[in-house]
Write a protein that binds this ligand. Structure first.
Ligand SMILES: Nc1nc2c(ncn2[C@@H]2O[C@H](COP(=O)(O)OP(=O)(O)OP(=O)(O)O)[C@@H](O)[C@H]2O)c(=O)[nH]1
Ligand SMILES: [Mg+2]
Length: 309
C-alpha cells in the first residue's frame, strides 16, 4: 500500500519522459518535408517546388529535454499512374497505421479530393489512442481572414485533436506543434541517442541530394524519370570519392541530363558536391554517370533494385 502511494507521488512531481511516432501525410507539395527539416533544424529530406519529390519514408528524430519524437515524412498521397506511384502512396498510407500521432498537412484552401480521401482513410484507421492533427501550412501566402473558413471547413469533416496554422518555411507555429505533440505522446523511452537526427544511411542521403538537384534543375518528365544510386565510396587522402549512377527511362533523356557540352551534369555535380561536403564534413570528389534503365518506374524488379521496396 505504502509502496504504491509513494510511486504515485513521484509520478506527479516529475513528469516522465515521453516518446513516440508521428507521421506527416498529405497531398504532394504541401510542405511535409519542409516541416520535417524545419523542426529538426537539419536537412534530412529533399525539398523542391515540384510535387512528388519524396519517394520513401524519411525518419527524423527530434529530442528535447521532455520528449523524443520520431517523425516519419512520407510521399505525397496522389492517384498513382505507375508502379513507383503505387509504392509511394502505400508508403504514406501504411505509416498512418503505425504511429501515435498523424499530422495531416494541407494548404490554406478548402479540402480537395485528395484531402477527402485521406480523411476517409483516417476515419477507418484511427483507434482510440491515435491522435490526428491538422496543420494548415503556407499561412505566409494568405491573408489571415481566409484561414477561418478553411479551419471551419476541415473541422466539419473530422474531429481533429488539434488544428494549427503554420508556416513550415518560416518556422511560424512550429513550437506550438512540438508542444502539442509532446502533450499527447505516451510516456516512453528514448529510442535513439541524443545526437542522432535521422536513421538514413549516408549513401541514401547522398543519392537524395543528387536527385533533388536534378529535380530542381530539370523540367517536365525528367524530374520524375530520374533515380539515383550511389555505387562507389572510397576514402583517398582526405577526400571521399563517391560515384553515383543517374538512371533515366529513355535514351533521349540521357542527353538532357548531360546537357550541352555536359553543362547540366556539371551544374548538378557542383550543387550536389557542396551539400554532400557539408553533410559528411569532408572534401568530396563526385563522379556522376548517366545510364538508361528502360521504363524503370513501371517495372517491379527495377524498382526493387533502386530501393523502392
Ligand atoms: N510559401 C511557403 N512555401 C512553402 C512552405 N512550406 C513549404 N513550402 C514550399 O512548398 C514546396 C514543396 O515543399 P515540400 O516540403 O517539398 O513539400 P512536400 O509536401 O514534402 O512534397 P512531396 O514530397 O512532393 O509530397 C517547396 O517549394 C517549399 O519551399 C511555407 O510554409 N510557405
Ligand atoms: Mg516531401
Amino acid at each position: 500500500m505504502q509502496e504504491s502511494t509513494r510511486g504515485d507521488l513521484s509520478t506527479r512531481s516529475t513528469p516522465r519522459f515521453r516518446s513516440g511516432y508521428v507521421s506527416i501525410v498529405g497531398r504532394p507539395n504541401v510542405g511535409k518535408s519542409t516541416l520535417l527539416n524545419s523542426i529538426l533544424g537539419e536537412k534530412v529530406a529533399a525539398v523542391t517546388p515540384k510535387p512528388q519529390t519524396t519517394r520513401n519514408r524519411i525518419i527524423g528524430v527530434k529530442t528535447t529535454p521532455e520528449a523524443q519524437v520520431v517523425f516519419i515524412d512520407t510521399p505525397g498521397i496522389h492517384r498513382p499512374r505507375e508502379r513507383l506511384g503505387e509504392f509511394m502512396v502505400k508508403e504514406a498510407l501504411e505509416s498512418i497505421k503505425e504511429v501515435d500521432i498523424v499530422i495531416l498537412m494541407v494548404e490554406p484552401r478548402p479540402p480537395g479530393r485528395e484531402e477527402l480521401s485521406i480523411i476517409e482513410t483516417l476515419k477507418g484507421s484511427s483507434g482510440k489512442d491515435k491522435r490526428v492533427f491538422l496543420l494548415i501550412n503556407k499561412i505566409d501566402t494568405v491573408k489571415k481572414s481566409l484561414l477561418l473558413p478553411v479551419i471551419n471547413g476541415y473541422a466539419a469533416l473530422y474531429p481533429f485533436d488539434e488544428i494549427i496554422p503554420v508556416s513550415a518555411l518560416r518556422g511560424d507555429g512550429l513550437d506550438i506543434v512540438l508542444g502539442k505533440i509532446t502533450e499527447y505522446l505516451p510516456e516512453g523511452p528514448k529510442y535513439y541517442p541524443d545526437d542522432i537526427y535521422t536513421d538514413q544511411l549516408e549513401r541514401f542521403m547522398v543519392a537524395e541530394i543528387i536527385r533533388e538537384k536534378i529535380m530542381r534543375l530539370t523540367e517536365e518528365e525528367i524530374p520524375y524519370s530520374v533515380a539515383v544510386e550511389v555505387v562507389g565510396w572510397e576514402e583517398k587522402e582526405g577526400v571521399i570519392v563517391i560515384s553515383a549512377n543517374i538512371y533515366v527511362e529513355k535514351e533521349s533523356q540521357k542527353g538532357i541530363i548531360i546537357g550541352r557540352r555536359g553543362a547540366m551534369l556539371k551544374a548538378v555535380g557542383t550543387a550536389s558536391r557542396k551539400e554532400i561536403e557539408d553533410l559528411l564534413n569532408t572534401r568530396v570528389y563526385l563522379e556522376l554517370w548517366v545510364k538508361v534503365k528502360e521504363d524503370w518506374r513501371r517495372k517491379a524488379g527495377a524498382l526493387r533494385e533502386l530501393g523502392y521496396r
